[in-house]
Write a protein that binds this ligand. Structure first.
Ligand SMILES: [Zn+2]
Length: 1022
């Protein structure tokens, strides 16, 4: 789509908003128990539930009830862009138009009051809603109130579960559920999470859904072996215990596997996209088929019901972009229901069929009052048949995956400054600043064909475009906020291409200032690297003191590829900024940093006070890493390899593609067995530059004080001229005895143990020794022998594994020449330049930590937090006008009066309403993870005087997505086979003592007053 297609008012969800994402205020309520609360308690006592379930249809207690769920699955971008899907453009690519679907469904619902429909993707629904008349909106509100139109899931999108970070999942769910709460109140609140299409399911996702208050969860895709066994064992429905830290039932979620993925049963698809015969119930018609159809349906229902434990079964009547002509579906379903139920009288049939919804189906399962078995692991990896592992998308489109993560980082900075500066961030000297477009763009990127890398190329380009469009209004917001907080109206500049060492301002100006904003609740030291034209610079800290700096020039390299870089270490306070001044010292030229190893020691070594890394003199490869603090030494060989992508073989025609990973042989080929190396050693950085080939290189780096080794890899364009698709990995081989086990994070939070060729809940018949052992790595993967632990942190989601003991690998890039036949219909080429470029080159970082197993968590938890919420660098020439007359300029600022303890992560600080903020505090350690430093203990905070720019006048605790007050929320109770967990009632909220248990996230809506002195700086906190 062109830029003009996104004109204001036409963007999803933003049609009604001038500034800020709020309209009505979900204002915190007084702490005293309200009448509503007392009434609610009464309801709990009587065993009834709040709205929604009360509108559920009647069922027949002594029959098999078949719940027909009329639904459409509307991908927020896949083969077409979001806008192309919404408007129904490019029907030559795929027949799909969401605006018509919603129009058509509403008309059909009005035509017959027994019909029901569910809708899921709020990115589409919100856009449609703002285009309706007031009268039409009222009609829809009525349908929602009566339960005839029900929202399921209710996120902005149906997010991917393998390549998403938990923070972004929470944000996108919050955005969608906020729309529903504002628009429909409690009537629009979904009770059921509905991830019918994502390609495997993470445990963290279930935990987050539980914490959001969902009563249950349904999905469609799981391993074909797993499904067969579950059907046999009647374990299609279970309680998922999704956290090993949170006390049950906090992260318990009732979870059901749908019988037929999310499609209608065979021969019963009555969409205009299907070819099945309509119901012909006129016995005089030569096409009469009602008898046959009813007989088939009764058999089908009985067969399906045999795999489930209650006298209820669910049928998903719809699929991708169905219901554009809703009448076709509903007319036939009306007839089917009438014909099947008539058999109860006519032939004593015991099958009752009805229009229902996932929530109404769930309600009946709950009423059955059974004891359910418990699931504790996750649903990765997903295979839909032998040799068909959906583990390629863990790594597909690595550049988009990084851009998404970087945008999440920037969005948090944007939201924090919007909260810290208050309304002055939205309207200020630089114009209207707004976080909404970036909130929506980052939410769209969580869709299961977006960050997953499984869309068509032009759609992936559009996703990147949406992110880029979202950055602009946030940059205006940052400028407004920074001008206010620093007291100086600078001409702020944002260098979006620092990742490729491009920044016009620092590369031309002789004098400039660098403001570094730190979004963490603790002070950070950060090595600033800026491309410069060369020369010598003097750098002054916020107090005017000169700090060590260097211009590093890589010897013998061209300055286009490796421009000289200015380095200095910045110290930045918690939730705040420091401004450094840089000026060029005239007439001095920096020296190129060549380093010649002493002749008697050919081994390359880089080391600081904590770490030493040694490189093999013959191969140039990393060969040893030492943790000097703990006296640990581990031989580690690291190199790049590539798998030759399968194009099908005698075992299976399955090829490697955007979704599926299938190497044609288990052993990867080395990119090269040795690397050309160059060493750079200065006071501020030590680097070993390794060149493996024209398309693969790496810089292994150490800064002073750093406790990890940084490996910055550059891979691409992957050559495919030989006709072979290639999947490139970075592999670490060590001597650790790991007993077939390794560990990966779940969406960046809790850790799961993985075992090679093993699944915790069934006897695996392994068909792919490599792809079948790949797991999503969102932030970290590690191996341990119980004594020593080697952890690798990633800067984006990647697939990873440990295919032999002591070894650990991550897939960094892939380029494929065949389509894997899962619908996308394009090979994952990523040629660049409108399809005609040479291919993408991708740069990223792996952070390597060697620790004792007992102390490793303290290292990787805090480092991962710093990686995902890295400081934001903003440049300016300096010499700006005062923000207000008399306001003293400020070169350093903190939004906190005191730092947060290392246990606590400030997950969200954002504007919620005109005088309301959304605040999420998270305990970032798991139970038992840190026994040495006591970081796994509960922690208590005093929020009363924590923030420096505003005062909290009132605090209300909510569920995780902030759409319901915690004290009023109640979830359906289920009895797990492990015994009924004891329910705890939330204690009275005391802002002076907010306690967080390990892995607990607490969400608050805070009424605030911004302090007047943030304008005058009279009470500068530093
Ligand atoms: Zn989908």
């Amino acid at each position: 789509m062109g830029a003009d297609a996104r004109a204001a008012g036409d963007r999803a969800g933003s049609g009604r908003r001038a500034v800020g994402p709020w309209t009505s205020s979900f204002a915190p309520r007084p702490l005293l128990p309200s009448l509503a609360f007392l009434f609610f308690l009464l309801l709990v006592v009587l065993g009834a539930r709040a709205a929604r379930y009360e509108t559920c249809p009647k069922v027949q207690p002594d029959m098999l009830n078949v719940h027909l769920v009329a639904h459409t699955h509307d991908d927020v971008g896949w083969l077409k862009t979001v806008d192309q899907y919404f408007y129904g453009i490019h029907n030559d690519i795929q027949r799909a138009g969401v605006q018509y679907i919603l129009d058509s469904v509403v008309s059909s619902l009005l035509a017959n009051p027994t019909r029901r429909f569910i809708y899921v993707e709020i990115a589409f629904f919100a856009r449609w809603w703002y285009q309706q008349t007031k009268a039409k909106q009222e009609v829809v509100r009525d349908l929602v109130r009566q339960g005839r139109l029900e929202f399921a899931n209710g996120g902005w999108v149906m997010n991917d579960e393998a390549s998403t970070h938990y923070g972004a999942i929470i944000d996108q769910m919050t955005l969608g559920l906020r729309f529903l709460e504002d628009t429909f109140g409690i009537d629009g609140r979904p009770h059921v999470a509905w991830h019918i299409d994502p390609f495997g399911h993470s445990r963290e996702q279930a935990s987050l859904f539980a914490q959001m208050g969902f009563d249950g969860f349904f999905f469609g895709r799981l391993d074909y072996q797993d499904k067969a066994i579950r059907e046999q064992m009647l374990e299609m429905e279970q309680v998922w215990r999704a956290s090993t830290s949170l006390k049950p039932p906090a992260a318990d979620l009732f979870t059901g596997v749908l019988p037929n993925m999310y499609n209608p049963p065979k021969d019963l698809c009555w969409d205009m996209l299907c070819d099945d015969k309509p119901v012909v119930d006129n016995p005089y018609s030569p096409e009469y088929n009602a008898d046959k159809l009813v007989k088939y349906f009764l058999e089908l229902a009985a067969a399906q019901g045999r795999h489930y434990r209650t006298n209820h079964t669910i049928m998903t009547m719809g699929s991708d972009f169905h219901y554009e002509n809703a009448n076709m579906w509903f007319k036939n379903l009306d007839k089917l229901i009438q014909l099947v139920n008539a058999q109860q009288q006519a032939s004593g049939s015991r099958v009752h069929v009805l229009y229902s919804t996932p929530a109404c189906y769930l309600r009946e399962l709950n009423k059955a009052n059974l004891t359910w078995s418990v699931k504790q692991d996750d649903f990765f990896p997903y295979a839909d048949g032998p040799h068909q592992f959906w583990t390629g998308y863990f790594s597909s489109r690595p550049a988009l995956k990084r851009y998404e993560r970087l945008s999440y980082n920037f969005l948090q900075v944007c939201k924090q400054l919007e909260a810290l500066a208050g309304p002055a961030a939205n309207v200020g000297p630089y114009g209207s600043g707004d976080s909404t477009p970036l909130r929506e763009a980052v939410a769209v990127l969580q869709h299961h064909d977006a960050v997953s890398g499984t869309s068509r190329q032009h759609v992936a380009d559009d996703y990147a475009f949406q992110l880029a469009e979202g950055w602009g209004p946030c940059e205006v917001l940052l400028s407004n906020a920074l001008a206010l907080l620093s007291g100086s109206k600078e001409n702020f500049t944002y260098c979006r291409e620092l990742n490729v060492s491009v920044c016009p301002l620092s590369q031309t100006a002789a004098r400039f200032q660098v403001t570094i904003y730190n979004p963490l609740g603790r002070k950070v030291n950060w090595m600033v690297r800026l491309p410069v034209r060369g020369g010598v610079f003097s750098v002054r800290d916020p107090n005017g003191t000169t700090v060590p700096s260097e211009v590093v020039i890589l010897p013998g390299s061209n300055s286009q590829e490796h421009p000289p870089e200015l380095l200095f270490s910045a110290s930045v306070p918690a939730l705040g900024f420091s401004t450094y001044s840089v000026s060029r010292v005239p007439k001095r030229t920096p020296k190129a940093h060549t380093y010649r190893p002493r002749p008697w020691s050919r081994v390359l070594v880089i080391q600081n006070e904590h770490i030493r890394a040694s490189f093999n003199p013959d191969t140039g490869l990393l060969m040893k890493i030492e943790n000097l603090d703990q006296n640990l030494l581990l031989p580690v060989r690291q190199a790049f390899f590539w798998y030759n992508a399968s194009t099908g073989d005698y075992l299976s025609p399955q090829v490697s593609g955007a979704y599926i990973f299938r190497p044609n042989q288990p052993e990867p080929l080395p990119v090269r067995r040795w690397a050309e190396t160059r060493l750079v050693k200065t006071a501020l950085v030590q680097e070993v530059h390794q060149n493996f080939s024209a398309w693969c290189s790496q810089v292994v780096r150490l800064y002073p004080g750093q406790r990890h080794l940084e490996l910055e890899w550059t891979v691409g364009p992957i050559p495919v001229g030989d006709g072979w698709g290639k999947e490139v990995i970075s592999r670490f081989d060590t001597t650790l005895e790991t007993d077939g086990r390794f560990y990966t994070d779940s969406n960046g939070r809790e850790i799961l143990e993985r075992r090679r060729n093993y699944r915790p809940t069934w006897d695996l018949s392994q068909t792919e020794p490599v792809a079948g052992n790949y797991y999503p790595v969102n932030s970290r993967i590690y191996i341990t022998d119980g004594n020593m632990q080697l952890t690798v942190l990633t800067d984006r989601s990647q697939g990873g594994s440990s295919l032999s003991d002591g070894s650990l690998e991550l897939m960094v890039h892939r380029r494929l020449l065949k389509d894997d036949a899962r619908g996308v219909g394009e090979p994952l080429q990523e040629a660049g330049l409108d399809g005609w470029g040479p291919g993408l080159w991708v740069r990223g970082r792996h952070l390597l930590l060697l620790d004792t197993a007992r102390t490793a968590a303290a290292g990787h938890r805090l480092l991962a937090e710093k990686e995902v919420l890295a400081p934001q660098i903003v440049l300016a020439l300096g010499g700006g006008a005062p923000y207000r007359l008399g306001a003293a300029p400020r070169t350093q600022f903190s939004g906190l009066h005191q730092e947060l303890p290392p246990t606590v992560h400030l997950l969200t600080l954002a504007r919620w309403g005109p005088e309301t903020l959304l605040l999420r505090l998270e305990h970032q350690f798991a139970v038992g993870e840190d026994t040495v430093g006591n970081l796994s203990s509960p922690v208590t905070l005093d929020l009363r005087n924590l923030f420096s720019t505003f005062t909290i006048t009132h605090l209300q605790e909510t569920m995780l997505a902030a759409n319901q007050a915690r004290d009023l929320a109640s979830r359906l109770r289920w009895t797990p086979s492990t015994g009924l967990p004891t329910q705890t009632t939330p204690s009275l909220l005391d802002p002076a003592a907010i306690t967080l248990q390990p892995m607990e996230i607490r969400t608050f809506l805070a009424s605030v007053e911004w302090k007047e002195d943030i304008y005058t700086h009279s009470d500068a906190p530093l």
